[in-house]
Design a protein around this ligand. Structure first.
Ligand code: IPM
Ligand code: MG
Length: 363
């Protein structure tokens, strides 16, 4: 039997609640007897800082270095709590970006997936949603403004200034484009390239490299769209898209728009894949305002388990079964209070929703 090691980082806010449901799903897959998973929990994020003085403590680094895959809950504290922590140790800068840098997780897969069973959560009109939405945003995750040189200072006239640089080299651009073309090839053969080459030189180079990479994929139809126009198009007619590729900051913003299309960021799992290691996480924050209330939907965390099963362990059947179980529970009319919309939703707490998913998987 195959054995895999997993680091489970529950994170902050609603993280521990939804991570517990992800663990149940991992356990039920193990019980089916095709693979064995050894999960090690470790502290990461704001809570880790409060316990150890480090948002990404050495002990957690060692656990993560050693495992086959990492699954992490959302991190982040309320603004008041965060403001008490030195800027460099605030969870996003002190834990998340270092994790991305350490494992070079350049390829961020963010599915914007709205099957029929979830269609009622979308704020878009039924005629826009049609039979459902199924698009994949691919975001470059370790370059651009988020990782460029940063500087603050005061100039000669006494004005405060800031300088942040957006840097990409052609290798960084080519590798994410290869991922995107590869996904387009597995899906419908259409790739939307999101850029801002009318203003940004970084997009001019991006598009040049795209022409070169595209030569390896003559069967793929490339469509170019400027990022601001893409935002409008996603609201008006999201079904025109299948695979979309973009640099880091554009992907950060448009993928949250993806959550808006679905009706909640709580419906956005993601995979962050590097050359040797991948980690999986909800694309949303830690929602400190609803933490501990048992009302957060575990979909994004359980969906991240599905992405891990498929991407890190090649367990495609199991991944498909997890998606089907999640959809099945929604199709029966169940929801949690954070998502609960419309008449007649049968509201469950986080753990009971997870139990329903597990029952379906086990059944
Ligand atoms: C995301 C998040 C992060 C990002 C934050 C928490 C640093 O918004 O994963 O989209 O900006 O990448
Ligand atoms: Mg974001």
């Amino acid at each position: 039997m195959k054995k895999y090691t997993i680091a489970l980082l529950p994170g902050d806010g609603i993280g521990p609640e939804i991570a517990a449901e992800a663990k149940k799903v991992i356990d039920v897959i193990q019980a089916q007897g095709n693979a064995q998973f050894e999960c090690t929990e470790a502290a990461f994020g704001g809570n880790a800082y409060l316990q150890t003085g480090k948002a990404f403590p050495q002990e957690t680094i060692e656990v993560c270095d050693a495992v086959d895959a990492i699954i992490k809950g959302p991190i982040g504290l309320s603004k008041e709590e965060s403001d008490k922590i030195p800027v460099d140790e605030q969870p996003e800068r002190g834990a998340l970006l270092p994790m991305r840098r350490r494992y070079d997780t350049f390829a961020n897969y963010r599915p914007v997936y709205l099957p029929k069973a979830l269609a009622h959560f979308s704020p878009l009109k039924p005629e826009v949603v049609g039979e459902g939405i199924d698009l994949l945003m691919i975001r470059e995750l370790v370059g651009g403004l988020y990782f460029g040189h940063k500087e603050r200072g005061t100039d000669d006239s006494g004005q405060r200034f800031v300088r942040e640089t957006l840097e990409y080299d052609e290798g960084q651009i080519a590798r994410i484009l290869h991922v995107a073309f590869g996904e387009a090839k597995k899906r419908k053969g259409i790739l939307h390239n999101v850029h801002k080459s009318n203003v940004l030189l970084s997009s001019v180079l991006w598009n040049e490299v795209l022409e070169e990479v595209a030569a390896d994929y003559p069967e793929i139809e490339v469509k170019h769209i400027i990022v601001d126009a893409a935002a409008t198009a996603l609201c008006l007619d999201p079904r025109q898209f299948d695979v979309m590729v973009m640099e880091n900051m554009m992907g950060d913003i448009l993928s949250d728009l993806g959550g808006g299309i679905l009706g909640s960021l709580g419906l956005m799992p993601s995979a962050c894949v590097g050359p040797e290691k991948a980690y999986y996480e909800p694309a949303h924050g830690s929602a400190p305002d609803i933490a501990g209330k048992g009302i957060a939907n575990p979909y994004s965390m359980i969906g991240s388990v599905a992405l891990m099963m498929e991407t890190s362990f090649g367990m495609t059947e199991e991944a498909r079964a997890i998606w089907a179980a999640l959809e099945g529970v929604f199709a029966e009319g169940f929801a949690t209070a954070d998502l609960g919309r419309g008449e007649g939703a049968k509201l469950l707490d986080t753990a009971s929703f997870g139990d329903k998913v597990v029952e379906r998987l086990a059944g």
